[in-house]
Design a protein around this ligand. Structure first.
Ligand code: TXA
Ligand code: MG
Length: 359
């Protein structure tokens, strides 16, 4: 599957109408177009065209049992995709759309089976990015789009990340610069007895609880309910992984965690491994006494208090450390409040579950 991928710079606020018209016609013709959203870059196809959707799975190497999110430019477009639009879905859309919230609802017959992976439900969201919305309008159809990375790789927050994974496999990449949130949407299941967060994301559980007091959500150590994992197959453990091995240290006693970080890094270097140290500024500063060398690559995630900044930089940092040729990435999980829950989830899965508790 080799072809020339057209990579086009688009101004986020004033995208060139000609470029968007061309991108829209690719989508209508069953081709794949990668585009920016406020979370990560998406790999788009006509959501109502099963053959086009099959192309997404082929380009990503994604297993067929992992359903896709359908992106719309207005709430009216949802009506054709679902059998019911309950009042709570309308209220959530009114409050949080356009934005990083995916609503899982019972799907209508209009949605091809490969979009929904046969689950009986469809995830829908209205992205808050002018280029994404303009593309959906130009295409004149809802757009199915997973994150525009190869299966199991970190999600792309820059067009160059998309090109590295999917260049030569898709028709076009719309480049509007780095994405704002850097982590994906929050996936909320509205089909059960109780609303349930299937994947923590850019919209915090706390923000949702203000509207949904009975919201069920994963705890700080991840989903404990295997049924929840089955409901959202894409929340499987190995995901978002760089080539390097990832080790996450987790603990509340900062002095002890820093001592453990120093020990782990020292042992890995003694063993001849090149280590990437991915930490917030304060933790990196505390480890400044580690002997420098070509086998130690520090990467700062910004101030500890700036969780949005950590979320925004996370996937790009994992990819950049791969570029730097490290064998092992050592990092620390933030506390679980707010976006911390989302960053913890992505780190745990980047590490395929290798989380070391420090008491
Ligand atoms: O921010 C985002 O959500 C990005 C941008 C491009 O919109 N998209 C994204 O798509 O992250 P993807 O395919 O990489 O992740 C979608 C997640 C997966 O975990 C999938 O299992 C879940 O949403 N999902 C999609 N449809 C679902 C459904 N009907 N029921 C349960 N989970 C669903
Ligand atoms: Mg993804």
């Amino acid at each position: 599957m080799s072809r020339v991928t057209e990579i086009v710079w688009v101004d986020a606020q004033h995208p060139d109408p000609g470029d968007l018209a061309r991108a829209g016609s690719y989508i209508r013709a069953g081709q794949l177009v990668a585009f920016p959203t406020e979370t990560v870059y998406g790999l788009g196809a006509n959501a109502l065209d099963a053959a086009a959707v099959a192309g997404i799975f082929a380009a990503k190497g994604r297993p067929a049992d992992d359903p896709l999110i359908v992106h719309v430019a207005d709430l009216d477009a949802v009506a054709a995709l679902v059998t019911v639009l309950p009042p709570i879905a309308r209220a959530l859309a009114a409050r949080f759309w356009p934005g990083p919230l995916t609503l899982v609802l019972p799907h209508s017959p209009a949605v091809p089976a490969n979009v929904t992976a046969g689950l009986g439900t469809v995830g829908v969201r209205m992205p808050a990015h002018p280029v994404a919305l303009a593309l959906i309008r130009a295409a004149g159809t809802p757009i199915a789009a997973p994150s525009a990375n190869l299966f199991t790789r970190p999600s792309p927050t820059r067009a160059a990340d998309v090109a590295a994974d999917l260049g030569g496999r898709i028709a076009m990449i719309l480049d509007a610069g780095p994405t704002a949130h850097g982590v994906e949407s929050t996936v909320l299941d509205l089909t059960g007895d109780q609303p349930r967060v299937l994947r923590p994301g850019a919209l915090t559980v706390e923000a949702l609880r203000a509207v949904l007091p009975d919201l069920a959500a994963p705890g700080p150590a991840g989903p404990t309910d295997p049924a929840a994992a089955r409901r959202s197959p894409g929340t499987m453990l190995k995901h978002y992984s760089p080539r390097a091995e990832v080790l996450v240290l987790d603990g509340e006693d900062t002095a002890r965690v820093r001592a453990a970080l120093a020990d782990v890094v020292g042992a890995a270097r003694t063993g001849g491994r090149r280590v990437g140290l991915l930490l917030v500024d304060e933790d990196l500063a505390a480890l400044a006494a580690l002997p420098p060398g070509p086998d130690l690559v520090p990467l700062a995630l910004g101030p500890g208090i700036d969780l949005p900044g950590q979320a925004r930089r996370l996937f790009a940092a994992l990819r950049d450390l791969d570029q730097a040729g490290v064998d092992l990435i050592v990092t620390r999980a933030p506390a679980s409040a707010g976006l911390g829950l989302t960053v913890r989830d992505r780190l745990r899965r980047a590490a395929s579950g290798r989380v070391q508790r420090v008491e």
